[in-house]
Design a protein around this ligand. Structure first.
Ligand SMILES: [Zn+2]
Ligand SMILES: [Zn+2]
Length: 178
């Protein structure tokens, strides 16, 4: 969980604090597939108490294990994303029907002294995932005929199209007709 103690900050309007967070997160469910992290997710944030709430800005970095859409191999995908979110403290906490969650488009509410930014960080990561995951830009993918991974080298499919045995057979039939 990516959590920070904002006990002091949330009572000090105009104050700014820096946070370096790091956590091993559970795999994501994205478009029906499970995507796991390689190593921890690191977040560096500058959080300001604006009087309206806590404005958190910074970067989210880490690595995911993605499956290449062309060759179907797992590869490591590094991400480094900007993060910006406003958290509005809810007095008491119990007053709100749900403890935390989006109340409007601009801010997320929270209660207590510990701010858990994990849901918003995960959301950012999911939104930034590439539509097409490629292990490398020029991945040649798999051969449509034999399924061989062409990254490991050419298969024999090209030469099979002009298989010498077939031409011999053709010759045989043409000779038969004569
Ligand atoms: Zn690939
Ligand atoms: Zn092939």
């Amino acid at each position: 969980m990516l959590q920070m103690d904002v006990a002091g900050l949330k009572r000090a309007v105009g104050e700014t604090s820096c946070y370096e967070l790091q956590a091993a997160l559970t795999p994501l469910e994205v478009r029906g597939a499970t995507v796991s992290f390689c190593g921890p997710v690191k977040v560096s944030l500058v959080v300001s108490n604006t009087g309206e709430g806590l404005l958190a800005r910074g970067q989210v970095a880490g690595n995911l294990k993605l499956t290449c859409d062309r060759c179907l191999e797992l590869f490591q995908y590094a991400f480094n994303l900007p993060f910006e979110e406003t958290y509005r403290p809810v007095p008491g906490g119990e007053a709100a029907s749900s403890g935390s969650g989006k109340n409007d488009a601009e801010s997320v509410t929270f209660s207590g002294d510990i701010l858990d930014i994990t849901p918003e960080v995960l959301n950012n990561i999911i939104l930034a995932l590439p539509m097409k995951a490629l292990c490398r830009e020029d991945c040649p993918g798999l051969c449509p005929h034999c399924g061989r991974n062409l990254k490991a080298g050419q298969c024999d499919c090209e030469s099979e199209k002009i298989d010498p045995r077939l031409s011999v057979l053709k010759d045989f039939f043409s000779r038969e007709k004569k």
